[in-house]
Design a protein around this ligand. Structure first.
Ligand SMILES: Nc1ncnc2c1ncn2[C@@H]1O[C@H](COP(=O)(O)OP(=O)(O)O)[C@@H](O)[C@H]1O
Ligand SMILES: O=P(O)(O)OC[C@H]1O[C@](O)(COP(=O)(O)O)[C@@H](O)[C@@H]1O
Length: 342
């Protein structure tokens, strides 16, 4: 770190969908703030709190023993109004009235767009911390919440496998991820799923029901076993897992059940990886602010802290891991392209 800038007051907020580990990030911001002699404020309910001037002073005692809980003690929200110029102007006014030097925003790409919007109207420093289960932000190896969501999806897939095995059924398990397939790919690999329907794959070659049925029937024939567990990323099938299961049962007479994991993926104890990532990133964000940086996201790349221009985080894309895709599609697929095993 270079010579610290003379900042005295920082503020923090959590915005967008809550992510497991947001509390750990908040705790880290507050503890780092105290460590460096800063006053720390929090705005509640994301950007809505900036508009309502709904703030509290936080010190170390307020964030004791919160890192093991998901959710966020300062609340999160989606605030439609924040896209308006007058909303950002009001937020700037409230931040200036409180003499805030730097604002730390824990959230996803929408929150970072909001941060850039605010930067057009406010001269203080703005630092982002990647908090979303979707892992869809460029510039960091992982986002806070992703590891927990994958662990929850894997656990659910393991449980589904028991009943799929017992009753020779096809299951479609729908996972979150917004427009990204990171949760889908990782949970499918971790649980040994037979099939993944992910946004990135659908862009190249959308799956047809006929092709899916062909694959299911071949796998069942090769293995002599009816158990087939498919991971479906949200928004990738009209009507989602329920509609696809109905289609497979009605048109192809395959015993098939849907399972929607939904917001279960955002709850429960944050995984160790998320607690540690959030702790490191929260401290990193404060140190970036002390370093005079602004309009950057605190990230971790190859085990090292980095500062990524906020706009890059949504304008550039992290691709899915090609090697994991290859292994899932080729090595672990019982149906071989050359015809072996068919
Ligand atoms: N283009 C934008 N301009 C201003 N504010 C925005 C913009 N996009 C998103 N936001 C703000 O960020 C909030 C969180 O974004 P959202 O996409 O819901 O979640 P996430 O940050 O998790 O991606 C929105 O509710 C809105 O207040
Ligand atoms: O909680 P909501 O508002 O229903 O939104 C659901 C969305 O939030 C997420 O759980 C997290 O997305 P964000 O981090 O972008 O808010 C997505 O995976 C999902 O599509």
């Amino acid at each position: 770190m270079s010579t610290p800038a003379k900042i005295q007051r920082i503020a923090v907020l959590t915005s967008g969908g809550d992510a497991p580990g947001m509390n750990a990030a908040l705790r880290a911001v507050v503890l780092a703030g105290e460590h460096y002699g800063l006053e720390v404020f929090a705005f509640k309910h994301g950007y809505q709190g900036l508009l309502d001037n709904d703030h509290i002073r936080l010190c170390g005692a307020d964030v004791l023993h919160i890192l093991q809980y998901s959710g966020t003690i300062i609340k999160s929200a989606r605030c439609k109004r924040f896209v308006d110029a007058d909303a950002a102007e009001l937020a700037a006014k409230n931040l200036d009235a409180l003499d805030i030097d730097a604002l730390i925003i824990i959230g996803g790409d929408g929150s970072f767009r909001g941060a850039e919007h605010l930067a057009q109207f406010w001269n203080g420093q703005i630092i982002g911390v990647p908090g979303t289960i979707d892992n869809d932000l460029y510039g960091t190896d992982a986002t806070i919440g992703y590891a927990t969501a994958v662990a929850i999806a894997m656990d659910a897939l393991d449980k589904i496998r028991d009943t799929a095995d017992a009753m020779d059924r096809v299951f479609i398990v729908e996972v979150m991820g917004r427009n990204a397939g990171f949760i889908g790919l990782s949970s499918a690999m971790a649980a040994g799923s037979e099939r993944m329907i992910l946004p990135e794959l659908q862009n190249d070659k959308p799956l047809t029901v006929a092709a899916l049925v062909k694959h299911i029937e071949r796998v069942q024939k090769i293995r002599g076993d009816g158990s087939y567990v498919m991971v479906l990323s949200e928004h990738q099938w009209p009507g989602g897992a329920v509609a696809l299961a109905e289609q497979l049962e009605a048109e192809y007479h395959l015993p098939c059940r849907p399972c929607l994991l939904g917001h279960i993926q955002r709850g429960g104890p944050p995984a160790p990886a998320d607690r540690i990532l959030a702790s490191e990133l929260g401290v990193h964000a404060v140190e970036l602010a002390l370093d005079g940086q602004t309009r950057v996201m605190a990230g971790i790349k190859n085990h090292a802290p980095v500062a990524v221009p906020l706009a890059d985080t949504w304008q550039k894309k992290n691709p899915l891991n090609k090697n994991l895709l290859r292994i899932q599609h080729e090595i672990f697929n019982p149906v071989k392209k050359n015809g072996n095993g068919q």
